[in-house]
Design a protein around this ligand. Structure first.
Ligand code: TXA
Ligand code: MG
Length: 327
């Protein structure tokens, strides 16, 4: 089977990509968070191809990516003062806002919900592609449903063998975890997914935010379910320092700052300097590498859930739950 072409984001390739998108085909493109699998957000047939390629259930809504705030007029209503302030501060960037939708948005993009998730990515290639296409791009992370998110073009290529016209290579993703998702449907905003913008920074700007788990009005959003972001190898998130490690198991270690004494077949450290930004940027690449080593078990070290630590721990918990499901 021919491999999906991985191309540098030259003018010519961006033009070809925008034509592919206009024809209803899928293009994988870099964002600052993870690589997306993009389709014309206003074309239901193109959207259906995303679900088919990812084997994603239709009840899991998509994020719509835009390059300028004017595009919001066709997609959503109810932009209030909170929304404007959040956009002023965090766009372009890793924050997705859930707002009441217009009729222009196909049901497939929102799974029939009365809201739409929108974000303006902070990656020059993503912005150039959206501008050149002339329509918003719906884009989930470019991985089969439930698997590890891609933070490089090679990760995308390794995940798929068909169904994508091309992969635009914009190098490794700077942020490395998906966008924070904030619903503005309710009076008190609700955090639906921890991500690239820490909750503390949102609260400093707009005041208290509810967590989805504690909000009775939360929409059913499968991205919140355990079992996402899973490696094929079983992963266990340690509760504390690891005990003595020996025995027949081929163990892998995913540490925050260091590697403990013990016998590991493979080890990865997220940030030896203890920098959360660096740790988030390295997270999925470390997991992809450990997952390719034929290990029996990956032990992951917990980190404090402050700032980006909350998004990292969310991904590790879901990786642990998802990898256990496969047993
Ligand atoms: O960083 C990101 O956000 C990446 C890049 C490619 O932009 N995209 C991404 O998309 O993570 P995806 O498909 O993996 O996550 C979409 C999630 C859904 O699973 C759901 O939790 C939430 O966004 N979502 C989308 N529309 C929603 C809506 N109307 N109401 C509530 N949640 C929604
Ligand atoms: Mg995803």
């Amino acid at each position: 089977m021919p491999m999906i072409p991985v191309l540098p984001p030259t003018e010519e390739n961006l033009l070809k990509a925008s034509r592919d998108l206009a024809a209803g085909r899928l293009v994988s493109f870099p964002t600052e968070t993870v690589y997306g699998l993009g389709a014309n957000a206003l074309d239901p047939l193109a959207l259906a191809r995303i679900f088919e390629a990812k084997r994603r259930p239709f009840f899991d809504p998509l994020i719509v990516h835009i390059a300028d705030r004017k595009s919001l007029d066709t997609l959503c209503t109810g932009r209030d003062d909170r929304a404007e302030r959040l956009m002023d501060r965090f766009w372009p960037g890793p924050l997705t806002l859930v707002l009441p939708r217009t009729d222009a948005v196909p049901d497939l993009a929102t799974s029939g919900l009365p809201t739409v998730a929108v974000r303006m990515p902070a990656h020059p290639v993503a912005l150039a592609l959206i501008r050149m296409a002339g329509f918003p791009l719906a884009a989930p992370s470019a991985n089969p449903f439930g698997r590890l998110s891609p933070t490089s073009a090679a990760h995308v290529r390794d995940h798929f063998s068909e169904g994508i016209a091309m992969i635009l290579d914009g190098g490794p993703c700077r942020v490395g975890v998906e966008s924070t998702i904030l619903s503005l449907e309710t009076k008190t905003p609700c955090l639906l997914r921890a991500g690239g913008v820490p909750r503390e920074e949102l609260e400093a700007l707009i005041g208290p935010i509810n967590l989805a788990e504690t909000n009775p009005e939360k929409p059913s959003a499968p991205g919140q379910l355990p079992g996402h972001y899973a490696p094929r190898t079983r992963l266990r998130l340690l509760a504390g320092p690891p005990g003595p490690m020996a025995g027949p198991l081929k163990l892998g270690w995913l540490g925050f700052r260091s590697v403990p004494e013990g016998t590991f077949a493979a080890t990865e450290v997220l940030s030896s300097a203890g920098d959360l930004r660096e740790a988030a940027a390295n997270l999925f690449a470390c997991l992809h590498r450990l997952d390719s080593q034929g290990l029996d078990l990956i032990l992951a070290e917990p980190i404090a859930e402050r700032g980006l630590g909350a998004a990292i721990m969310d991904r590790l918990r879901k990786a642990a739950a998802g990898s256990a499901e496969g047993l």
